[in-house]
Design a protein around this ligand. Structure first.
Ligand code: KG4
Ligand code: ZN
Length: 345
């Protein structure tokens, strides 16, 4: 395939994103038009609003990014085909296929989770080494034993809510703005993480799976008790109590993620761990994984914060890895799949 630049489009949820990778896989542009403020009013993503906004934001973003090198330099195009919201995925997928047809360039249909999975290795120049990956986003919690590009063994998933979803739901209960994750992390900085007890669900369960819904239920009852004792509604508790709940909740989620990750590391004798997905922005989580990796004498490759929440750089990077591994482009009649799983190729 002709070497050149890869243009990538990501519209799986509520971020419209476009990126450009050069022939070495280096990201030379990565633009994200966030819809967070639009959806925050509703306390979560409204699918119809998301697709309408992708529709209006995508074309100007593509034009802005392509201007960096010019259309003639773009030799391949990639778009996220799942998992995500069907109506949102269709906007990016259809746009990319239209560009591929008009420009007569190959099209790559990319799994959003593979994007998060490989994102820690963007710009490392070391390819995709064998490692144990923890992917923690708003929709997924995955433990994956990675052997190389396209060689993934998913050994753990969540039985109910994803880690980010648990942050968002507890944030909502506390009356904090959407998405809850970053706000809880900020409030936790001033709180006491030992103040309130939460169950360490699935820790020591003997498998690699996660469960966060019990944690959410226990947060619900804690807030109910705090509302009774303070006389304030549970979504407007006194500031210092909210800070302590945030710190205690964050600590238990981090505890669960770290212990499950390192149980898997011990069993699989991994020499390297990676961390990615929106929740990988969490400084406490990064700090705890780093400390535990040092204790185990292994390396830690976290995603760069700019590529942890949804972006198109990770989609461009997967397309680059596929091209570098001589994998075939996708047919133009390939479909989107809102429930796409992470499989080995
Ligand atoms: O990967 P992402 O952008 O979207 C999905 O593919 O789901 O992840 C978004 C998730 C949200 O649940 C958000 O609350 C969470 O990542 N998040 C955080 C932090 N920043 C974002 N969770 C905890 N701490 C953070 N600092
Ligand atoms: Zn994501």
């Amino acid at each position: 395939m002709k070497p050149g630049h890869i243009l990538a489009i990501e519209t799986s949820c509520d971020e419209t994103a476009v990126a450009l990778a050069d022939e070495t896989g280096r990201i030379i542009a990565s633009e994200v038009a966030s819809q967070i403020e639009i959806h925050a009013r509703y306390g979560g993503v409204v699918p119809e609003l998301a697709s309408r906004n992708h529709n209006s934001d995508l074309r100007p973003l593509v034009e802005m990014v392509v201007e960096r090198v010019g259309w003639s330099e773009i030799t391949a195009i990639a778009a996220t085909s799942g998992p995500g919201l069907a109506s949102s995925l269709l906007i990016g997928d259809t746009t990319a296929k239209a560009i591929a047809t008009a420009r007569k360039i190959p099209f790559f249909s990319i799994n959003h989770m593979e994007g998060h999975l490989l994102s820690p290795f963007i710009a490392t120049g070391q390819g995709i080494p064998k490692h144990m990956a923890l992917v923690v986003s708003g929709g997924h919690t995955l433990l994956v034993d990675v052997s190389g590009v396209g060689q993934y063994e998913t050994i753990g998933t969540t039985k109910d809510d994803a880690a980010g979803e648990a942050f968002d739901k507890v944030g909502k209960m506390l009356g904090l703005p959407y998405p809850g994750g970053p706000v809880i992390a900020k409030r936790a900085e001033n709180g006491d993480s030992a103040k309130y007890e939460f169950p360490r669900s699935m820790v020591g369960s003997g498998d690699h799976h996660f469960s966060f819904s019990g944690l959410k239920t226990s947060a619900f009852y804690l807030l109910k008790r705090l509302a009774e004792s303070t006389g304030c509604p549970s979504d407007s508790l006194p500031e210092s109590i909210v800070d302590d709940v945030c710190a205690s909740f964050q600590e238990v989620v981090v505890d669960i993620l770290v212990s499950k990750l390192f149980e898997a590391v011990a069993i699989r004798s991994s020499k390297l761990v990676s961390l990615s997905g929106g929740v990988a922005c969490n400084s406490r989580l990064r700090e705890r994984v780093q400390a535990e990796a040092e204790k185990h004498g292994i390396s830690f490759q976290p995603v760069a914060k700019e590529y942890s929440t949804d972006n198109a750089a990770m989609i461009a990077f997967v397309a680059f890895c596929r091209m570098a591994a001589d994998l075939e482009p996708s047919p133009l009649d390939s479909d989107i799949d809102p429930n796409l799983q992470l499989n080995s190729r």
